[in-house]
Ligand binder design. Structure first.
Ligand SMILES: [Zn+2]
Length: 241
């Protein structure tokens, strides 16, 4: 199986993705595999990218991107013919990517601030175009306060903190007090992590797409908080673009 080079990992910020060229390694009615791609494949709670692929003899839309060993660009509305070895031009839907990058960066803020304020651990998340949900696990969830979380997140946005991406060794992350996740629960076979740092608030290993500064996130409005069992709350938010 061919390993597709994931170019989004080298790119930051993740907004306004540039068109790119690539070469087809395999194609069927449902999906296309490329030798390299800048499309984001679904993962870490963030949906896959959308967009368009074309060659001199072929066009299609990309409706999702999934990593199943290989990286599959799930296609629809294809016209013409395409075969392995063909050169193609790819466009990523910027409206989709930009909104998900803002939603995703907001998720880092919500998770970090809930951890900072109440010691909550993020145990799940689903980032969406319209709304995002984060599951928080508390020792005592009665101390959680929705209005103060909302205030803290929007204050962090207004602080205009830089969102930085770099690659850091595991040993360094284990010793960094700003890393809030338990590195023991991360796959042990990875020595160097793509790391996202937000000002002096948070450091997190992450393969997703993000904005460049927190001020690029619209106002976060928490729309719902509901119980998900002992000590656990699901927080939902939207962005007031
Ligand atoms: Zn992230």
């Amino acid at each position: 199986m061919m390993m597709t080079i994931l170019k989004h990992l080298e790119q930051h910020p993740g907004v306004n993705p540039e068109p790119f060229s690539s070469v087809v390694t395999s194609v069927c009615d449902e999906h296309i595999v490329l030798d390299s791609t800048a499309y984001y494949p679904m993962g870490g709670g963030q949906p896959g990218d959308r967009g368009n692929i074309e060659s001199d003899s072929f066009t299609c839309t990309v409706v999702d991107v999934r990593k199943k060993g290989e990286v599959r660009h799930i296609i629809a509305d294809s016209e013409g013919t395409l075969k392995p070895g063909d050169n193609i031009r790819c466009t990523i839907d910027a409206e989709w990517r930009n909104q998900l990058s803002a939603m995703h960066t907001a998720q880092h803020l919500v998770s970090a601030l809930a951890n900072e304020e109440w010691g909550a651990d993020t145990v799940g998340n689903q980032i969406g175009f319209d709304k995002t949900r984060i599951d928080l696990q508390f020792e005592n969830r009665d101390i959680f306060d929705r209005d103060s979380l909302s205030q803290m997140v929007n204050d962090a946005i207004a602080k205009d903190m830089e969102v930085m991406m770099d690659f850091r060794p595991s040993a360094e992350l284990i010793d960094d007090p700003l890393v809030r996740i338990n590195m023991d629960r991360m796959p042990p076979n990875i020595d160097v992590w793509r790391t996202i740092s937000i000002g002096d608030l948070d450091v997190c290993p992450c393969a997703g797409t993000h904005v460049l500064r927190t001020s690029m996130i619209p106002e976060v409005e928490i729309t719902r908080v509901k119980s998900k069992g002992a000590g656990r709350l699901r927080v939902e938010y939207i962005l007031n673009n």
